[in-house]
Design a protein around this ligand. Structure first.
Ligand code: SAM
Length: 305
């Protein structure tokens, strides 16, 4: 499973968290009927994927698992990626780097070991706490900050920035614009941003679908027994939604929404250019593999000018 970001800052249609009385099954029914309908574009859920304390535990395990591509890419890929990034922005010429959505520090710790002056920003308190402890035990000096990159106000500080594992494309158009403004402001003139997104090939065979499963004890999205009703919705303009409706034994109903959109080269170029950034090069991924028409992901290297 690839886990993507639901941010807490979407500015549309926030559904209230509904704790339905165990006896009022009619309300549970109504709510489930409502969640079975296709939601308004970029409607947020009641639980935020990257901030929920229970989900954070499973998410941290997923980041740290060396061989899977769930929350972070597998560690062999990350090693290759960091090697490529360090040739693109050599430490002597571009020592100051910021990682937007650094998670528990998969890239930041490797970059710090190569001598970069690293800042890591992430909204997940659990990930940042892990990253800080890991830095102390490895004697690495990394500036970790538990904050939203949508609120970041840094100005002219960094030679380059990364935003890795298709985090850009989970945001609404307004949030993407805010993020690009924040990144641009944070970079020095001539500074680079390296980031990735999925292409339409990542989602191509997927159709709209609904399915469900039961957890008897605890699951990824909730502690304790619960049901999970899963829906995959498709929208215009290559936007996708994975929705998880969780019903627990107290009849509490929560919804987690994970939005994503895919990009072609032309569409992404248009977006970064309207934010005043310049495309320098593009690749198939953040390890610098050549892009081809069937690539499932796309990595852009863009410049502040
Ligand atoms: C798919 S993970 C990728 C983590 C890391 N870049 C990697 O590849 O190992 C997305 C990360 O973005 C973080 N994130 C999501 N929304 C954020 C926001 N608004 N501000 C800062 N971090 C955010 C999540 O907490 C998570 O650690």
């Amino acid at each position: 499973m690839i886990i993507k970001t639901a941010t807490s800052n979407a500015n549309v249609n926030v559904n209230a968290n509904v704790n339905v009385n165990a006896n009022s099954n009619a309300s549970v029914f109504k709510l489930l009927m409502q969640y079975a309908q296709k939601p308004e574009l970029y409607a947020t859920g009641t639980i935020q994927l990257w901030e929920d304390p229970h989900i954070a535990k499973g998410m941290l395990e997923a980041h740290l698992a060396p061989d899977n591509d769930a929350a972070s890419r597998n560690h062999q890929f990350i090693d290759r990626s960091v090697k490529w990034l360090s040739t693109l922005s050599p430490v002597e010429a571009a020592p100051k780097v910021i990682d937007f959505g650094c998670g528990p520090g998969m890239y930041t710790s490797r970059l710090a070991k190569l001598g970069y002056e690293v800042t890591g920003v992430d909204i997940s308190e659990n990930s940042i706490n892990y990253a800080k402890e890991d830095a102390v035990s490895n004697n690495l000096h990394i500036n970790y900050r538990n904050e939203s990159y949508l609120e970041l106000k840094d100005e002219g500080l960094y030679d380059w920035a990364i935003l890795i594992y298709c985090d850009y494309s989970v945001l609404s158009p307004e949030q993407r614009q805010t993020l690009l403004e924040n990144i641009k402001r944070a970079l020095k003139p001539g500074g680079k941003l390296i980031f990735d997104v999925f292409t339409p090939y990542q989602y191509e065979p997927l159709k709209e679908s609904h399915s469900w499963y039961a957890e008897n004890a605890s699951g990824f999205y909730k502690d304790g027994p619960h049901l999970c009703l899963f829906s995959h919705f498709l929208y215009e303009d290559d936007v996708y939604l994975d929705q998880y409706v969780i019903i627990d034994e107290m009849d509490q109903v929560d919804v987690i929404r994970v939005w994503d959109r895919s990009f072609t080269v032309a569409r992404l170029q248009q977006e970064i250019e309207s934010a005043g950034l310049k495309l320098s090069a593009y690749y198939s991924n953040v390890a610098g593999d050549l892009y081809n028409e069937a690539s499932k992901s796309l990595c852009f290297v863009v410049e502040k000018w």
